[in-house]
Every structure is written in structure tokens, then in C-alpha cells.
Design a protein around this ligand. Sequence first.
Ligand code: SAH
Ligand code: SF4
Ligand code: F3S
Length: 475
Amino acid sequence: MSLNTDNIILNNRMTQENLKDKGKSDKSVYIETYGCQMNFSDTEIVLSLMSEFGYTQTMQPEGSDVILINTCSVREHAETKIYNRLQHLKPYKKKNPNLIVGIIGCMAERLRQELLDNYPIVDLIIGPDEYRKVPHLIESVVETGEKGIAVKLSRVETYDDITPVRKDGVTAFLSVMRGCDKFCTFCVVPFTRGRERSRNFNTVVDEVKMLFDQGVKDVTLLGQNVNSYRFDGKDFSDLLRACARAVPEVRIRYTTSHPYDCSMKLLHTMAEHDNICKYIHLPIQSGSDRILKLMNRLYTVEEYMAVMQKARELMPEIGLSTDIISCFPTETEDDHLLTLKVINEVKYDGAYTFLYSKRENTKASKMEESICEETKKRRLDEIIELQREISYNINSKLVGKTKKVLIETVSKKSDDFLMGRTDCNKSVIIPKRQTFVDQNGNLDIPKEYSPGDEVSVKINKANSATLFGEPVLIR
Ligand code: SAH
Ligand code: SF4
Ligand code: F3S
């Protein structure tokens, strides 16, 4: 089958209004999301677009009219997971031949031909810049029985006018820019998400205010590279400041930033506003300048360290995390040791560590790989182990201290406990109910906490990933 996406779009002669009327019938969509926060945020946009056409979200695939899988291509494993998932969806299609199965997101963009040729279960293939077409293409598949494909990348699409359908909750993601122009040599994102473009400054600020009105207390501004945000002469620091000022009661976070664009102005803006969380996720990827150059990361270790140092100077308690790729092509033992050295020097609160995964058509895929499997495993284990030790040491030092925690959800492990985060992004578990003793040693009325509460918590236990504590009353 050819990949002429326009044909399919042109075949779809229904107008938006027609479709909206048709959509009045109650149809249901089940959607699964993989990958980064941008994908989770996009799912909320897709749900919004579909709800306009009468679709309601269902939480299980059984009995749904449409199943959408929002996919990630960043590493091979992410794609293998989706191929396996497609096998598991076969019985649903067998039971209901009218079921529409759609692959959307980064894998749809990257592997459209493969999906088209080898996965007959897939009816729809829609890339990240074509979500407005999802309801139309579903109708088209229903009417014609032909597969629906839309994978054009856009230089302007930001879905600025779409209000995402978010689950009620204390936290919310808000995309402020899309795409990436950095072209790190290992990465598929510039190919799956296209060129950088930023959302309108005022609509972002308005959306933050709207989220506050809806009860949200922690907003994460999202982008593959938020620091590249530009709109009408304003940059990301300006946007961050405007959001923080518009809703002083709301915590504002952001992710992800690229070290090359992490400006001093941004660090100062963070330091100046109490409600901008003191936390930066700044991926270093490698501690070796030679490897950084091969990766096209555009900074040296020294430059990176200067940013980290300034961040700590301005915000001594700041939480820091990073991403690391181990075993990039040609990485030597010395390069690996340099990565361990950087981890030791920065003392990150946490790190996401990955083995290099070769991605077709990237520049790095043409570089020679000669590291054996055993070495790969050892190097990754060494990085993980060192980071675990550091995280544990940092967290242990917090035992006995009192921290402000914004409660987000019930704990995954027990309904009697709640999970929240400090502004430095530490996860904290507290009991849901606490009985306090007053100054005379008598028992006060028991207090019960719920998501949305900001609680002072005395930390009494820690492991490398989580803090545990008890609420205290600040009298
Ligand atoms: N835009 C973000 C990263 C998005 S991808 C940034 O630059 O910070 C998230 C992480 O996945 C990257 O930071 C990198 O560590 C990892 N990653 C990306 N491509 C990879 C590959 N081919 N193999 C292994 N890890 C990869
Ligand atoms: Fe990928 Fe680099 Fe862009 Fe991050 S900055 S999305 S790693 S190309
Ligand atoms: Fe994955 Fe696409 Fe995000 S490749 S990491 S879902 S931008």
C-alpha cells in the first residue's frame, strides 16, 4: 500500500459540522499512552478533539468502539512494547470486527510503512501534528474500510485553541512548545515531532489561571526543549515568570531543558519566585567531551558544571536530576569513568539512565558500535549503583528535617497512606490520618489529609527513591 496520505484526507468529504452531528451517537474511545509527558499531554488533546465529536473515554478496551495507542519511538524497547501490545489487541478485533485500532504519536510518524505493511490490525496511523484529523479519519475508515493515515509534520501546529481533557487532580501538564531543533545524533525526536514552535504567550498564562480556578495546585510547563520557547520577543524565562505571577498559589515546574539553552536569566527567575519549584532536570548524557561532541550536544562538561554550580549558588536546596546514555558508539572505559566522575561531582538527586539504543536514520546509527554486551551491562550497572548510593545519601540527610509537601494522590501501596512531593521534586509518603498531641500532652482531634493539602512533614525514613514522614503542626 502506498503512503499517499493526502488521498485519504481528500476522500473524506464530510464537513466538520456533519461529523459533529454524527458524533452525537455515544461512541467510546479507549486510549493507552506510552513515552514522555508530552505524549500524555497530547492524549489529553486527542480526547478533547474526540469529545467534540461525541466520543467518551472508557477505561477498558473491552466494548470500546475505538482503541488508540499513543506511542513512543525513543528507544528500541519502547517500540517492541507496542508491537507486543498490538498482538494482545487482536482478540478484541476478532470479537468486534467494527473496532477501530489506531496507532498515534511518534511511532506512527516513524514507522508508518512498517505498521501499514505488517500489522493488518491497525486501521489508523496518525502522527503528532495531525491529531485534528483523528475523528475525521475514524469516520472515513468506518465508511470506506480503508486505512486512515495522516503523518505530515507541521511548522505551526501547537493545538493552542484546544482545551485538553484532563483528569481531575492536583497536578497538570501544559505543553508550551512542540518539536525539537537540536538534532542530537542519537535521537529520533526531531524526526517524529518536527521543528520547534511555541504556543501563544497569553493563552499559556490564561490556561494556568484556568487550571488554578479548577483546583490544580502544581503545573508542569512542558516541551522537548522548553528553553527554546520564543513568542513575540519573549523567552521561556519571561513565560515562567508570567505564569508564576499570575497564580502565586500554584507551584510551577518545567521540563525538559537542554543545557545549551539553560540561561542565567532562567536561573535568576527561578530563584526570585517562591512558587517556581526549585528543581531542574538537566540531561548531561555523558561526562566525556569527546562523546558529547559526537552526540552534538553543543556543550562541554565544564560549561555544564558552570550551570549546575550557578543553580546551587542561587538556590542552595535545589533538586537536580539528569539523563545519561551509557555506551554511545565508541565510548571507551575512560569516557565511562568520566561519566561516573561527573555523577560523583554533581551529586544528582536522581538520574534516568539508558543504554544507547541505535535508531535508524539518525547520524549516530552510522557510527561504529563495538562494545560487547557484557561491558554494556557492567557500565550501566555501575552508573545505576553509584547514583543509587548518592540518592540514598542525600535522602538520608533529610531524615529529621521538616519539609512542605503538596499531597497529590493516595499511595500506590496502601489506601491508608498518601503521596506528595516537595518543591525539589522529592516523593514523600505520609499516613492519611494523624492524631496530634497538644501542649499539655492530651490527644487532639485526629486529622485526615487528602490530595491538594499542603502539609508540613517531618521526615523519619528514607530510601534512594522515596522519603517517609509524619505530618507536624507548625504552631
Ligand atoms: N528533549 C529531552 C530528551 C527527550 S528523550 C532532552 O534533550 O533533554 C529523553 C531521554 O532519552 C534523553 O535525554 C536521552 O537520555 C534518552 N535517549 C534519547 N534517545 C536515545 C537513544 N537513542 N538511546 C538511548 N537513550 C536515548
Ligand atoms: Fe532529542 Fe536532543 Fe532534542 Fe532532546 S534535545 S529531544 S535528546 S534531539
Ligand atoms: Fe518518545 Fe516521542 Fe516523547 S519518541 S520520548 S513519545 S517525543
